[in-house]
Ligand binder design. Structure first.
Ligand code: IMP
Length: 483
């Protein structure tokens, strides 16, 4: 990021000793990149929810790519990393991630703390998840397969092993595991496959101890001390409001509290410790897995399989350029169907999941959803990612209202999740711009159409847009002049 923009960010964030960066859609908003930009101005990187289901891709200042699932992505900037109690812990995946990070960063790592009370993954969690998904039939959640639902559920049933149990003697760990095994066995016996015994689970988990042991602690105390010593903290949200287990589209959610408020419980700090929230939203939201998505352009399954069946159009695919130019022409001649628009934006944004490789279904910019997300998350600012995706599009429908049971809902109001498919979306056609804005990093260099789109959007949502993503690179972002 050019120095003068960095200075701008420094001035903006200086008054805020702590900041929560949380997703406002259904994940995959590009939080990694935004966190990376903001991280430079904070001392510690803290995760407060989710687990190995998350996938943030960032680059180190030396340009080395780092994919973080469990470890905060502040690792790339060599910040002290804290994995709070609200994050589910998977010892095996953590060890793999740590090894990859060591290689990417060339050895020396910053301090990484793991909370001693984080729910601990076992192979039984994944077996249970497989069975739960299977027994839901057509209403399966479409999880990432990292055992997240069982991790939260078993913890709430008060029979969960936790990360700190890895520090016990093996026999004591086996005793803890036997309790869970006893509770789960009647269900696990319904699942075909190998059900490992507590002794072998303990052995496997303990094999990771050398990488983990010295990092396990009461992380809320680490954070408390850091604040007392004048350090600044960035709380890295994982997933997003639409996937929060209380405020998302239950039951089609993940099982952590990915809302901004999840930071207080997940990190163990009092509410007054949180100075501001930056909510990251995608210009064109996306969703993977199942569940309500009012602004969706196409059928979920179709969109998910389109990416799988047309790999030649994605990434560096040979047919990509021709496909995009012919689709854009159709869109601008107003001849493209909604599925075709979805295909265009899926290919343009390479909308495929980092953790699962599934295609992501794309939606239109959705103001009522954003108003709801702002009502729950209370952001001071928005970061709008992938704004460059609208370059070259003459105009695009934007969802400006939800009608439910014949009435226009008020800003911030939603029907219950099981009724969301009955919402009628009110669309307006918003002009875009013809110029390519990829890589633009100054507000004055944005074409007028783009600037008008941003002002119109922030006015409608009611929260200023501070950062605008204009491409995948770290420098491809505009810092807007907002109060
Ligand atoms: P789980 O978190 O694996 O239990 O999955 C529950 C739902 O959340 C599924 O629809 C997943 O596709 C979705 N999900 C979980 N993590 C992410 C993420 O990081 N990005 C996008 N979707 C996610």
């Amino acid at each position: 990021m050019p120095e003068h923009l960095n200075q701008k960010l420094e001035n903006i964030f200086k008054p805020y000793k702590t900041i929560v960066v949380a997703g406002g859609n259904w994940g995959d908003e590009g939080k990694g990149k935004i966190i990376d930009l903001v991280m430079e101005h904070y001392d510690l990187a803290v995760r407060y929810s989710g687990g190995a289901n998350a996938g943030h891709t960032v680059k180190t200042p030396q340009g080395v790519k780092l994919v973080s699932h469990l470890i905060p992505c502040g690792l790339a900037q060599h910040k002290t990393c804290v994995m709070g109690r609200g994050e589910f812990f998977d010892a095996r995946l953590f060890s793999e991630e740590l090894a990859a990070a060591k290689q990417a960063l060339g050895g020396g790592l910053p301090e990484i703390f793991i909370d001693h009370m984080s729910p601990l993954w076992t192979p039984w969690h994944s077996l249970l998840e497989g069975w739960l998904e299977l027994s839901r039939g057509n209403t399966k959640v479409g999880t990432t397969g990292k055992g997240i639902g069982p991790l939260e559920g078993i913890y709430k049933l008060r029979v969960s092993p936790v990360a700190g149990h890895l520090l016990l003697e093996k026999e004591e760990l086996v005793t803890v595991l036997k309790m869970l095994y006893g509770v789960m066995l009647p269900i696990l016996e319904k699942v075909r496959g190998n059900i490992p015994a507590p002794e072998s689970v303990a052995e496997e988990l303990l094999s990771f101890l050398p990488q983990i042991g010295g990092r396990i602690t009461d992380t809320s105390f680490v954070l408390h001390q850091a604040l007392q010593n004048g350090k600044s903290l960035l709380f890295e949200g994982a997933q997003a409001l639409g996937l929060d287990s209380h405020w998302g589209t239950y039951p089609f959610v993940s099982s952590g509290n990915s809302a901004a408020a999840g930071a207080a419980i997940g990190a163990g700090l009092p509410m007054q410790s949180f100075a501001a929230t930056l909510m990251v939203v995608k210009t064109l939201p996306t969703r993977v897995g199942s569940g309500p998505f009012p602004s969706e352009m196409w059928e979920r399954e179709e969109a998910m399989f389109f990416a799988k069946n047309h790999s030649e159009l994605f990434g560096e695919g040979a047919g990509r350029a021709e496909f995009l130019s012919s689709m854009l022409k159709k869109i601008n001649q107003k001849q493209a169907t909604a599925p075709e628009m979805s295909q265009y934006f899926q290919v343009l944004g390479d909308e495929r999941g980092a953790t699962t490789g599934r295609g992501r279904s794309v939606g239109f910019t959705d103001i009522p959803w954003l108003q709801y997300a702002c009502r729950i998350n209370g952001p001071k600012w928005l970061a709008l990612t992938r704004f460059d995706m609208l370059s070259g599009v003459k105009s695009i429908p934007v969802i400006v209202g939800y009608k439910y049971q014949g009435r226009l809902l008020q800003p911030g109001q939603l029907p219950p999740p099981w009724e969301m498919s009955k919402v009628e979306t009110i669309k307006e056609d918003w002009p875009c711009w013809t110029e390519d804005i990829s890589g633009v990093s100054e507000e004055k260099d944005l074409p007028q159409g783009a600037r008008e789109f941003l002002s119109r959007l922030e006015k409608a949502v009611g929260v200023p847009i501070l950062l605008v993503g204009t491409g995948p690179g770290r420098e491809a972002a505009v810092v807007r002049g907002v109060a």
